[in-house]
Design a protein around this ligand. Structure first.
Ligand SMILES: [Fe+2]
Ligand SMILES: [Fe+2]
Length: 337
């Protein structure tokens, strides 16, 4: 799933120009800048400025955590899916999200952090993940709305990352985006069936889910551009290609058309077509809610984190057994040599 503008949680100073220590480092920096300007991809073996490495590591690991935590709200509905078909689709989707997390942890590891370090930061509450997953899934319609809106927003955010300057991240995103398209389509299809063939109660359930998820989905794109101080540096480095506000606008424009087909209304009285701008205008986002949830005080923050910690602890015996098996194999190979 996705990441909201992952330049959010930069520690102070990470967006500043690096301190150059030698002529050699200056030359490396100049070569790096020229490659970025030329639109070249940077590989793991190449020289990287320290701040570029740290920014990417933070973004990719947060993205990975978002995929893994993002399995929880929908996983909650696997045993209660209404039909075998919907259960099979949901299982496949949740497995995809697990796979996305694993590709992204692997990409982050190329920047010098171990999987254990990243998971320790998540479980200790130091690392962030996308705040959208701190909202509850109250009905089956939430599963369709997550696919349609949340994965839809994820696609808007993630397609530009396929052209991110850091090649291991860009490569991971190509496959992820293909799978996200399936996630969006299955969500839309599920909602369309409920809206066109469902009972009045099912239609109301869809509308209620849309009402609850609409604004948190718009927050997924991160704060407005003028309050997003690290965006400029990420743009300069080719990590970020399109600004938060531009992506949000693209999403709103697409979502309004989809809502019309579904026959649901979007909970914003100020939403209307602006002929001059050739875009939909929309109402003000409650950023105080966004910062509260990012800060740990959303409806499900504690539940999500404790579910991840429990899964990690419950899996300890599997990791121990795998390590013991690997050690025995190594020992056997040594004795045979
Ligand atoms: Fe995903
Ligand atoms: Fe997804």
């Amino acid at each position: 799933m996705y990441t909201q503008a992952m330049d959010l949680m930069a520690k102070e100073g990470q967006g500043e120009a690096p301190q150059l220590r030698s002529a050699e480092e200056l030359a490396l920096q100049q070569r790096f800048d020229a490659r970025i300007d030329a639109g070249e991809f940077i590989e793991a073996k190449d020289w990287l400025p320290e701040n570029y490495r740290k920014t990417l590591l933070r973004q990719i690991s947060q993205h990975a955590h978002s995929e893994i935590v993002g399995m929880l709200p929908e996983g909650n509905w696997i045993t209660r899916a209404p039909t075998l078909k919907r259960k099979a689709i949901l299982l496949a989707k949740v497995q995809d999200e697990g796979g996305h997390g694993l590709y992204l942890y692997a990409a982050a590891e190329t920047l010098g952090s171990s999987r254990d370090q990243m998971l320790e930061a998540l479980h200790g509450g130091k690392a962030k993940y996308s705040s959208i997953f701190n909202y509850p899934t109250l009905s089956w319609a939430d599963v369709g709305v997550i696919g349609c809106l949340v994965d839809g927003a994820a696609i808007m955010n993630q397609v530009p990352i396929c052209r991110c300057s850091y090649a291991p991240y860009a490569r991971a995103m190509v496959r992820i985006c293909r799978e996200e398209s399936f996630h969006q389509r299955q969500g839309f299809d599920s909602l369309l069936v409920m809206m066109q063939q469902g009972t009045r109660a099912q239609q109301d359930m869809v509308q209620d889910a849309v009402n609850r998820w609409w604004w948190p989905t718009l927050m997924m794109f991160g704060p407005p551009d003028d309050q997003s101080p690290n965006s400029a540096q990420s743009m300069r480095w080719g990590i970020k290609r399109i600004s938060n506000d531009e992506l949000r606008q693209k999403f709103v424009d697409a979502a309004v058309e989809q809502a019309k087909v579904l026959g649901v209304s979007l909970p914003d009285p100020e939403l209307r077509w602006n002929e001059a701008r050739q875009h939909y205008d929309f109402g003000a986002i409650d950023w105080s809610e966004f910062w509260r949830v990012v800060g740990g005080d959303g409806p499900c923050n504690r539940e999500r984190l404790s579910a991840r910690v429990k899964a990690w602890e419950d899996g300890a015996w599997v990791r121990d057994a795998a390590l013991a098996h690997a050690a025995r194999q190594t020992e056997r190979a040594r004795l045979q040599a």
